[in-house]
Every structure is written in C-alpha cells, then in structure tokens.
Design a protein around this ligand. Structure first.
Ligand code: NAD
Ligand code: ZN
Ligand code: ZN
Length: 404
C-alpha cells in the first residue's frame, strides 16, 4: 500500500468536549507501531455507550476523543511484529482485548483481558495512548477503538479477523451491541431450554438479548419497554409477551410474578438505569432466578433488599456478552453467514459520517418519532437517511452538523 508507513490524513468526527455536537475534522492518523494494525473503517454502528460518554459520563479526562466502538473495516497496513494480519484482511476492532496471556485471558471464567485500555483508564473510557492528532492536539481513542473515523490504529490483541465474504455494513454490529445482548443471555445468564425470560429495554442490545434467549430455547420471553413501538420488532427476534411499565399501576416485577407464578427464570436489564436494574432483579423468581445487568452506567449506585439475594437470586453483570473477543466475534460472524443469527433486522437507518450528529440525535430521542434500533454509518449511507429524516418533527429534532 502506498500509504503504509506514512501519516494518513482523513475525516473523523471529533468530540472536543462533553455535551456538544461532534465536529467533522481532518485528523492525522499515525502509522501503526509494533504489534499494531491500521484499519480503514468501512462501517460503524452507533451504540448508546457512545451517547453515555458524551452526555452522561462526561469524564473530564475523556476528551477530546473520537467516539465509536461498533465498527468493521479492512487492514490498511501493519506494524513490526504483526504476523496475524495483512493488508486487505477484513476485521472488527474490539473494545475488549484478548491477549491470551494474562491471568484473565487464561481463565475460562471471564472475557476481561487486563492488557487493553480498560485496565488503566476505565473511568475515562480511553487510554492516553492514541495515534490521532488534530490541529496539533492529541485526540483520544474512545474505548481504544474510535470507529467514527475513516482510519484507526489498534493493537493486534484487540482486532478480530473475520470471514472475507462478510458484509462489513452488517457485521459491524457484532463489534458491540449484538454480541453484547446475545452473549448476555447465552454466556452470562446461561438461559436454559423451556425457561421464562424478561428483557428490559428493547434497543439493539435488548433485542439481541431476546434473540439469545430464543436461541437458548426459552419458551416464554417477555419484552419490556416504555416505548411500545419496539414490540413489533421484539416479536421478530422471538419475544412472546410485551409489557409497557406505563400501562400498569403496580411495579412490573409484580405483574411478571403474577403472570409466571412467582417470577421469571432469567431477567436482563438492557437500559442503563439503576431503578430498572432493581426491577429486573425483583422480577426473577426466588430460589434460582438470575438477573443480568447489561445497561451501562458508572454514575449512580444501585440498591436492592438483601433478602432478594438471600432468597436465592443471583445478580450478575455482563461486559460484551461475556465473549472472549478475538475468539467469539469471528464465530458470531460465521453464525450470521450461516443464517443462525439475525443482523439486518437491527438496522433501521443508514447514514454517512457527516450525518453522525443526526444519528446521535435520533438515538438520544429514543426512537420515539420513528423506529430506531441501529444507524449504520458508512460511505454508501446517504440516500436512505434522506428518506427518513424529513419525517422527524422539526421542533424535537434539529440536525446539528458542524463542518469545520
Ligand atoms: N455491558 C456492555 O458491554 C454494554 C455494551 C453495549 C451497550 N451497553 C449498554 O446497553 C444499554 C442499551 O444500549 P442500546 O444501544 O440498545 O440503547 P438504546 O438507547 O437503543 O435502547 C434503550 C431502550 O431502553 C428503553 N427504555 C428506556 N427507559 C426504560 C425504562 N425505564 N424501562 C424499560 N425500557 C426503557 C428505550 O425505550 C430503548 O428502547 C445502554 O445502557 C448501553 O450503554 C452495554
Ligand atoms: Zn456499545
Ligand atoms: Zn489478556
């Protein structure tokens, strides 16, 4: 490649500060160093965790940054010592690494490698090692990935090589949301055949959890959301019952207990709200119920009565669906190619990188005006987005693209 070994100047959406629109800038992406690969990002999803960092977490040491952690691309060049990848390989950047050597990687009990960005600056959601500069300033790589950029640089322990036939504008969703929800059901909750499950929050993560419960053989899957527009989609992924907490005068845990003779076997919280986490815990049955926290927040404490756990419930959390990333993601890509899991059904919008603030605004409004699950941002994304955007009410939605 003619660009190998040289700085690449390319377009990226820079979050200069919290709670402000992203700015499309020309950034400089350094060549890969030892054990690193430089990747041309072809497509990326927008996940709620990008919004969390921008609008809720707002960590003072986490900016300026390039957000995005649900991408797929093609290796452009590799640094010294890289033997596993070559230019042209199709890859998915991973926000959880798998070095295969640390005590966490060696344990079958966890997917939390201690070599990645998360080991050192979990709260700021980015390490200080970055290959990006813009206007002479260092720009951080959010979750080590930064897929809202045309190019990024990753350590090879955080890159998965995937089937060369895989469509990148679909399998990018396996970089976060779909693996997270599916794995939370299958790997973390370990949903069993003929069980009853409840999934709280029906964004892409929650619907992937529904898909995981169904794949594991659950016989009844309750889909819970305050936005009833999500129920039709939940059916597509295997939900059997639909509950809007706002339709009930009593807590949803009580409603579920009455409908299931004491509570569900498994519940999964896919919202990121500590009150919903408690509800989900209280919705599972005493004796053996398992409740999994998937929604992301590091801002608030949660609470529950100890008797809930004393009575035999288990409360667990799940990061990236418990998948060991380099091993798990290529397997999920294969499952999609073999039509064993759905991906296309999660994509409600396609946009271009310059429309990234529109994609963020859509998700911020929770898909209340038009059904939103995932927006995939790619070079070929513009026309379809134009089809959708005019239907947004003008007072609630103000596109805010800034191009410097
Ligand atoms: N643990 C992980 O590794 C991991 C990875 C990715 C995302 N996440 C987190 O998962 C969560 C979901 O992500 P997403 O991209 O699907 O988000 P999303 O915004 O697309 O979906 C959230 C859904 O929750 C619903 N909701 C909001 N308040 C609710 C309530 N009180 N009761 C029931 N439903 C409610 C919304 O209507 C929406 O359908 C976020 O918190 C995200 O940060 C965690
Ligand atoms: Zn995510
Ligand atoms: Zn490791």
């Amino acid at each position: 490649m003619a660009s190998a070994g040289k700085i690449i100047k390319c377009k990226a959406a820079v979050a200069w500060e919290p709670n402000k629109p992203l700015v499309i800038e020309e950034i400089e992406v350094a060549p890969p160093e030892a054990n690193e690969v430089r990747i041309k990002i072809v497509a990326t999803g927008v996940c709620h965790t990008d919004l969390y960092h921008l609008f809720e977490g707002m960590h003072k040491d986490g900016f300026p940054t390039v957000l995005g952690h649900e991408g797929a691309g093609i290796v452009e060049s590799v640094g010294p010592g890289v033997t596993e990848f070559q230019p042209g390989d199709k890859v998915i950047p991973l926000f959880i690494s798998q070095c295969r050597e640390c005590r966490f990687c060696k344990s079958p009990k966890t997917n939390q490698c201690e070599q990645g960005w998360a080991a050192h600056r979990y709260d700021a959601m980015a390490s200080i090692a970055t290959r990006f500069t813009c206007k002479g300033k260092k720009v951080l790589q959010f979750m080590g990935t930064s897929t809202f950029s045309e190019y990024t640089v990753m350590n090879q322990i955080a890159v998965a090589k995937i089937d060369p036939a895989a469509p990148l504008d679909k399998v990018c969703l396996l970089g976060c949301g779909v693996c997270t929800g599916f794995g939370a059901a299958v790997n973390t909750a370990k949903v069993e055949p003929d069980s009853t499950c409840a999934v709280f929050g029906l964004g892409a993560v929650g619907l992937a959890a529904v898909m995981g419960c169904k794949a594991a053989g659950a016989k009844r899957i309750f889909a819970v959301d305050i936005n009833p527009d999500k129920f039709e989609k939940a059916k597509v992924f295997g939900a059997t019952d639909f509950l809007n907490p706002n339709d009930h005068s009593k807590p949803i845990s009580q409603v579920l207990a009455e409908m299931t003779g004491g509570g569900v076997d498994y519940s999964l919280e896919c919202v990121g709200n500590v009150a919903v986490m408690r509800n989900a815990l209280e919705s599972c049955v005493k004796g053996w119920g398992v409740s999994v926290v998937v929604g992301w927040t590091d801002k608030h404490d949660f609470a529950a009565r100890p008797i809930q756990l004393i009575a035999g419930r288990t409360w667990k959390g799940s990061l990236f669906g418990g998948f060991k990333s380099k091993d798990g993601v290529p397997g999920m890509v294969r499952a999609y190619m073999d039509k064993k899991i759905k991906l296309d059904e999660f994509i409600t919008h396609n946009m271009d990188l310059v429309q990234i603030n529109d994609a963020i605004e859509l998700m911020k409004h929770g898909g209340w005006y038009i059904l939103l699950l995932r927006t995939v941002v790619s070079e070929s994304g513009v026309p379809e987005a134009m089809k959708y955007l005019p239907t947004m009410p003008p007072r609630e939605f103000q596109p805010s693209i800034l191009i410097s």
